[in-house]
Every structure is written in structure tokens, then in C-alpha cells.
Design a protein around this ligand. Structure first.
Ligand code: HEM
Ligand code: HEM
Length: 186
């Protein structure tokens, strides 16, 4: 497989587009899940249907992002980072990809164990996996999903702290690595 290495300090346009689409979708999907949690029982199903459909779209976007990343290598992390910063960034980004794949997969498996397809905003049905009905297992998978979903939100907080530390306090232009404008310091 031929791989492309970046010529500057920035991510490619496609990587940027996918990063921001995924970031916005995850934050919106978190707020939808919270709204579902706090809604009256009669409204909960309709609200959560949006969480399921957007979750599956995030899975598709993440698969595209990972495939693109395998062929178009990201720019190396800034050379001035300390070794603990490099380690923390690598671990955070790695866990992000694991959660971005496993959260919707768990949702899909659990819905399938309820014998239910996922209604994709009324456009089509995302089919259930051919597994036997097991509502108890489905409930257990959703419990784990909710815990890992909250871990994802904490990780976003950490990620944001990193961006603020670098962009606002150290002024190394870190944020602009993920944007097509602004000045990035090596
Ligand atoms: C909300 C969900 C978000 C997720 C899941 C997410 C995920 C990621 C991942 C996985 C990377 C590593 C990219 C790679 O090497 O493939 C990354 C990089 C980056 N993200 Fe996010 N991100 C999110 C939100 C944000 C937000 C809100 C900001 C800024 C305000 C941001 C700014 C950045 C920047 C600047 C980088 C490049 C870091 C570097 O290479 O130095 N991200 N993000
Ligand atoms: C990347 C995609 C997804 C993210 C980031 C995500 C995130 C979350 C979060 C943060 C919660 C917890 C809300 C709370 O308890 O305060 C949650 C709950 C839930 N999610 Fe997701 N989710 C995703 C995809 C899916 C999918 C695809 C499905 C189903 C097909 C799904 C089904 C559920 C259900 C049923 C709950 C409620 C669980 C419970 O409280 O027991 N999610 N999700």
C-alpha cells in the first residue's frame, strides 16, 4: 500500500473535515443521550432514536477516518513537546479511536440482541446483526456503553485542556494543525 507523508505541520484537508464532523457529531450525540435520559418516558424513545442513528453515522465517519489515516499519515507531533506530552497525546488519540468504534458497535450489538434494526432518520433501516434475542445481555451491554460514553466525555475534556494549554498559554498554534489557516510553530 502506498502511503502519503505530510509535507507540512498540518493534517490533510480530508482529515480536518472528518475530525470536525466527528467532533461535532459526538458532542451533539452526547447531548441527545442526556436529553433522552431526562425526558418523560413517552418522549424518550423518539429522542433516543436520533442518538442511535447519529451514532451509526459516527461509526461510518470513523471507519473512513481510520482508512484515510492508514494511507495519509498524520503530521508528526510538534518537535517541542515533552516526552510525557507525546505519550499523553498518543494514548488519548488511541483511546478516542477505540471508543469511536466500540461505542456504536456496542449499540448495534445490543439493539440486535433486542431484535431491532436502527431507523436511520426515516431514510432506511440499518439491519440488525443475525444474533439471537437476548434482552438481558442487551441491557448489560447498554450499561457498559453508558459508562464508556461518560468516559469519552471526560477524555474530550482532557483533549480540550491540551489544546487550550498549547494554543492559549504556550501559543504554539497547536489548534491550527487541525485547521486550514493560522500559524503553526514547529
Ligand atoms: C469532541 C470530540 C473530539 C474527538 C473525538 C477528537 C478526536 C481527535 C483525534 C482522534 C485526534 C488525533 C488525530 C490523528 O492523529 O488521527 C485529534 C487531534 C486534534 N484535535 Fe480533536 N477531537 C475532538 C474535539 C476537538 C476539539 C473540540 C478541538 C479544539 C477545540 C480539537 C482539536 C484538535 C487538534 C488541534 C488536534 C491535533 C493535535 C496534534 O496533532 O497536535 N479536537 N482529535
Ligand atoms: C460514537 C457514538 C456514540 C456515542 C459517543 C454515545 C454516547 C453515549 C453517552 C455519553 C451515553 C450516556 C448518557 C448518560 O447516561 O448520561 C449514551 C447512552 C446510550 N446510548 Fe450511546 N453513544 C453512541 C452510539 C450509540 C448507538 C449507535 C446506540 C444504539 C444503537 C446507542 C445507544 C445508547 C443507549 C440505549 C443509551 C442509554 C444507556 C443507559 O442509560 O443504560 N449509542 N451514549
Amino acid at each position: 500500500m502506498e502511503t502519503h507523508t505530510p509535507s507540512g505541520p498540518r493534517y490533510s484537508r480530508v482529515a480536518m473535515l472528518l475530525h470536525w464532523l466527528i467532533a461535532i457529531s459526538v458532542i451533539v450525540n452526547w447531548r441527545i443521550a442526556e436529553a433522552g435520559e431526562h425526558a418523560a418516558k413517552a418522549d424518550r424513545e423518539a429522542i433516543m432514536a436520533n442518538h442511535f442513528a447519529l451514532g451509526m453515522i459516527i461509526l461510518v465517519l470513523t471507519v473512513l477516518r481510520v482508512a484515510w489515516r492508514l494511507v495519509h499519515r498524520p503530521p508528526p507531533l510538534a518537535a517541542h513537546l515533552k516526552s510525557w506530552e507525546v505519550a499523553l497525546a498518543r494514548v488519548t488519540h488511541g483511546i478516542f479511536y477505540i471508543l469511536l468504534i466500540s461505542l456504536p458497535l456496542m449499540g448495534w450489538v445490543a439493539m440486535s440482541a433486542y431484535g431491532q434494526a436502527i431507523d436511520m432518520f426515516g431514510m432506511f433501516d440499518w439491519p440488525a446483526l443475525p444474533i439471537g434475542a437476548d434482552p438481558d445481555a442487551a441491557g448489560a451491554v447498554f450499561d457498559i456503553h453508558a459508562v464508556l460514553g461518560k468516559a469519552m466525555i471526560l477524555l474530550i475534556g482532557l483533549h480540550l485542556l491540551g489544546v487550550i494549554k498549547h494554543t492559549v498559554f504556550q501559543r504554539d498554534g497547536n489548534l491550527f494543525r487541525m485547521l486550514p489557516f493560522g500559524k503553526v510553530k514547529g
